[in-house]
Write a protein that binds this ligand. Structure first.
Ligand code: KG4
Length: 327
């Protein structure tokens, strides 16, 4: 089954073709980062205009890279939400047009399910049940995945997402947008200085809170202008990683689950991935990470989520935009 997937929820325009839910035949991404980075964050109007400009050439490129004709496709999948409304509408309009013209079924996909299903593009996907930590710019959540399309949301952020904390602290340090990868690079050149930043809600259930950490770091920067950015970045990064791992481990213990998977843009952080991998070994858990291009927003994960949705659920193919869709 060949599915063409479209993703346009935020600042990546992405189109991919995936065969049978696990073979990526093409995975095209146009990142808008260069356009937004001078503005300090994603500008919604600009994002939707850039999606309009790039989506048709990307659709053609994706089909060409997959070496397929329109007549070879079996379905069109598209991100329905959550995300920026005007950006989502660009992908949905393109997908509806293609589905109508090619007389193909349209499969609406929840972006968060897409991030979870990125794991099914791996050679060895996690076996059920598994806990997923989804950490991105817009979301930080813990999910118990019991089976295909059988998810329980077991923890979520009460305020900022982890990626948002990286980005806001990075902006305060003058690192531009997105700051996560820059914080990671600077942290690699830090000294041994240890700064005891707070870990909010550490022992308080499976929910997260990052806004207190953000405020504490900003106050520390104001009060300690001579401390090197590298040391601040390293301590911010390790505080966030330790907090994320502590909650993920608590989730595994609470739900008697031995498989822990991470996904979303922040999961591209190599220091985080190594920390999780090492500590999972110590705790007797199997760890599942992802390559960078499957952590950040992409359309292969949308096509894969659509494949399993079509296989394991009876879905409604009417697709209305839903910017605040939840898990
Ligand atoms: O999943 P994603 O591509 O899309 C959105 O949620 O929009 O995640 C983007 C987020 C940004 O906040 C970015 O700073 C963060 O992921 N990120 C990272 C790294 N690479 C991307 N955070 C920490 N370390 C990284 N290496």
């Amino acid at each position: 089954m060949y599915i063409l997937g479209i993703e346009s929820s935020c600042d990546e325009t992405a189109v991919a073709v995936v065969k049978d839910g696990n073979q990526v035949l093409s995975n095209c991404v146009y990142s808008q980062i260069n356009a937004h980075k001078t503005k300090g964050g994603v500008v919604p109007d600009l994002a939707s205009r850039l999606h309009c400009k790039h989506i048709n050439p990307l659709i053609e490129k994706s089909l060409h890279d997959a070496n397929l004709e329109w007549s070879n496709l079996d379905a069109i999948a598209v991100t329905q939400g959550p995300g920026l409304e005007a950006s989502l509408l660009v992908g949905i309009s393109a997908a509806k047009t293609l589905a109508h013209c090619c007389q193909l079924p349209l499969i609406p996909v929840n972006h968060l399910h897409g991030h979870i299903y990125a794991h099914f593009l791996s050679v060895t996907p996690p076996s059920f049940p598994f806990i997923t930590l989804l950490v991105s710019g817009g979301n930080t959540l813990l999910c118990l995945v019991k089976n295909h399309y059988d998810f329980d949301l077991i923890g979520a952020t009460r305020d900022d997402a982890a990626g948002e904390a990286f980005d806001k602290i990075g902006r305060y340090l003058g690192l531009g947008y997105p700051a996560g990868p820059k914080i990671e690079r600077l942290a690699n050149h830090a000294s041994d200085l240890k700064i005891p930043f707070p870990k909010p809600m550490l022992h308080d259930g499976l929910d997260f809170s990052f806004s207190g950490l953000k405020t504490a770091v900003m106050t520390y920067i104001d009060q300690n202008p001579d401390v090197a950015k590298e040391d601040i970045c390293s301590n911010v990064q390790s505080t966030i990683i330790e907090l994320l791992f502590h909650k993920s481990l608590s989730a595994c213990k609470q739900y008697d689950c031995f498989n822990l998977a991470i996904t979303g843009g922040v999961a591209a952080n190599q220091t985080l991935s190594t920390y999780f991998s090492d500590h999972c070994k110590t705790e007797g858990l199997s760890f599942f990470g992802l390559p960078r291009n499957l952590c950040t927003d992409n359309a292969a994960m949308i096509a894969t989520a659509a494949y399993y949705k079509a296989t394991f659920t009876t879905f409604n193919s009417s697709c209305e935009v839903n910017p605040s869709l939840t898990l």
